[in-house]
Design a protein around this ligand. Structure first.
Ligand code: ADP
Ligand code: TPW
Length: 588
């Protein structure tokens, strides 16, 4: 290892290059290691000490998408990981940039999205003696508890191994976030080019299949066969696993009703006759055997117990028997007993089940199927009645009816969604018809994913993106509309504007002159933000105007922000999760 000579460092103003005949520097070697492993896009924010890494990456043919804030670059990398089943990469500066990226890294880990956060850092010697470097921080130690694995590369000879370890850690087993620490001094080290080439590793089979055990498969089949009221729950792990055909075959051959979690919508089209979405609150407590495929029994499924599952008290379990397919063995029994754990990758597990299931598999009892259908019909009719209304001002329902129709006509559209009411209503009103087209707040219900997810969805797929945003939710990443305009992305942001968090009608309980903590500026003109950067803005008050504005956006593919004015009294506190509010719990 050598330190790069001064003359080489400064050959172009601010641009490092030791890519001469004999030597290669850390900048170029990191880029080569990424390219060797098919990383062709980096999301990030430049600054010391990684500006030149971004510049050189671009010079070497990597697409570098520069954001206005690291959290959104990190969210973009995370969702790119979900969309491609390959780690998305986010690049940040040290300390504050690193910390800004950390929320996205932790969120990726929580959601099982593969991503790598690469941050530049100060030198170990200075950090360890706390000597007060520019943006000094012990980043590795801070990242460790928030992600799946964290690594630091100190020597240029280890770049190949470091990148390989980061990729494997992100992808193998349960996917997640990985932190990779690159001290500034590493990037300017040099080594012999040929030796460097040989030191790189092309990762072979980074997400190896995990074949389920025969006994486990037989146990699962036995339990499924015994069911009188079976139910299949599909989670985002099932969407991530990309075995859509096998999952469809399992569902259609067994005839079992299924319930998709929000990001699993579209693995089978939401209008599939076996979808039990519209009968959710009926099938969960009534099912006797539940097959979970890539879905955790966390809060989103009421931990598998309590009222949702038919238990008479919050502590009681409704009596369902569970089969769970998951790549993480430790997920089993996390909330309730899993009688038939099926540990392995979803594709292998579903194929394993299918090997036992042929066309002679008995369809579930008619009484069960009829009961589910009856509930569905009733709820679908109820929703249709609500959606048929045309109130003034517009409501979530009348606005989302328009989005529902647009997505039905254009099923390839990717829908990004955040907010509270804006989230819950979109999930239940807008059907999805293709897998991995709905991207949302995920396991944490985190606000701020909107623009980062939208940018990556457009960049990675080239498809039209529609982001349905609560006005509060949009504010978390709103400045990235400049990024959307800069890269001219086919993104149509729809802000469902009800003047506040949940709604705009709360009053200051103390009677003072400040507005309530949930209330924003009335009649804010969000569309002007998009116009400020050359995109298209629209201000709409009726479903007809909304329809026209979306159609214009979809036809032109121009960056568009539609400010859709919603009745400010329309939302409810916390949307559908009001029961999680401590005060709401006190009342019950
Ligand atoms: P949802 O929020 O949609 O219910 P979760 O994020 O709770 O979904 O669950 C996803 C689960 O899928 C995680 O437990 C994860 O370990 C699992 N998973 C992800 N990819 C795979 C895969 N390829 N094979 C098996 N399990 C997977
Ligand atoms: C990082 C808490 C949950 S939902 C929400 C907040 C602030 C916004 C709801 O208002 P919005 O939607 O977007 O206008 P709508 O349709 O109900 O009017 N900080 C983070 N994550 C979360 N979840 C919150 C705060 C929250």
């Amino acid at each position: 290892m050598k330190m790069i000579p001064e003359a080489v460092v400064t050959n172009i103003k601010g641009q490092v290059s030791a890519d001469n005949d004999e030597l290669i520097d850390g900048f170029h070697l990191v880029i080569q290691a990424l390219q060797l492993n098919d990383i062709h896009t980096i999301y990030g924010v430049p600054g010391i000490p990684i500006t030149d890494l971004a510049r050189q990456a671009q010079a070497q043919g990597i697409r570098v998408i520069s954001f206005r804030h690291e959290q959104h670059a990190g969210n973009a990398a995370a969702i790119a990981g979900f969309l491609n089943a390959k780690p998305g990469v986010c690049l940040t500066v040290s300390a504050p940039g690193f910390l800004n990226g950390l929320t996205a890294l932790a969120n990726a880990t929580t959601n099982c999205f593969p991503m790598i956060l690469i941050s530049g850092s100060s030198e170990r010697e200075v950090v360890d003696l706390a000597q007060g470097d520019y943006e000094e921080m012990d980043q590795l130690a801070i990242a460790k508890p928030l992600c799946k694995s964290a690594f630091r590369i100190l020597h240029i000879e280890d770049v190949g191994v470091g990148i390989a370890r980061a990729l494997r850690a992100a992808l193998s087993g349960r996917p997640g976030g990985v932190y990779l620490d690159l001290p500034g001094k590493l990037l300017i080290q040099t080594m012999d080019k040929e030796a460097a080439r040989k030191s790189l590793i092309k990762v072979v089979d980074p997400a190896p299949k995990q074949i389920p055990d025969h006994t486990a498969l037989a146990r699962a089949i036995h339990l499924l066969q015994s069911a009188q009221r079976p139910l299949i729950v599909l989670g985002k792990g099932a969407a991530y696993a990309r075995c859509d055909e096998e999952i469809k075959r399992l569902i259609e051959t067994t005839g079992i009703p299924y319930l998709p979690m929000s990001m699993a919508k579209g693995i089978l089209p939401d209008d599939h006759p076996q979808s039990a979405q519209a009968a959710r609150s009926y099938v969960l407590p009534e099912a006797d055997v539940v097959l979970l495929i890539g879905a955790r029994l966390n809060w989103l499924l009421s931990h598998g117990k309590g009222k949702t599952w038919g238990g008479s008290s919050l502590k009681e379990w409704g009596g369902q028997r569970f089969i769970q397919i998951d790549i993480a063995a430790t997920e089993m029994d996390s909330n309730v007993a899993i009688e038939a754990p099926l540990v392995g990758d979803i594709e292998s597990c579903v194929k394993g089940l299918l090997a036992h299931i042929d066309t002679n598999w008995p369809t579930p009892p008619t009484a069960w199927l009829n009961a589910v259908q009856e509930k569905k019909n009733k709820n679908i009719q109820k929703m249709a009645d609500t959606l048929a209304n045309n109130p003034t001002p517009m409501t979530f329902h009348s606005a989302l009816r328009v989005v529902r129709d647009i997505v039905k006509e254009n099923p390839q559209i990717i829908l990004v969604n955040e907010g509270a009411n804006a989230l819950d209503f979109t999930r239940s009103i807008v059907n999805m018809y293709q897998p991995r087209k709905r991207l949302d707040v995920g396991t944490w219900g985190v606000m701020g994913i909107g623009m980062g997810f939208s940018v990556a969805a457009a960049i990675e797929t080239g498809e039209q993106v529609i982001a349905i945003e609560g006005d509060s939710a949009f504010g978390f990443s709103g400045m990235e509309v400049e990024t959307i305009c800069r890269y001219q992305l086919p993104i149509c942001v729809i802000v469902l504007n009800n003047n506040g968090v949940y709604r705009g009608t709360d009053v200051n309980a103390g009677g003072g002159s400040d507005v309530a903590p949930t209330v924003f500026v009335k009649d804010a003109r969000y569309e002007k933000l998009m116009e400020a950067f050359g995109g298209v803005g629209a201000y709409v008050k009726t479903p007809e105007e909304l329809m026209q504005a979306i159609q214009r956006a979809v036809t032109s593919k121009a960056p568009t922000l539609i400010n859709a004015i919603i009745d400010e009294a329309a939302g409810t506190e916390s949307g559908r999760i009001a029961n999680l509010n401590p005060t709401a719990n006190l009342k019950t």
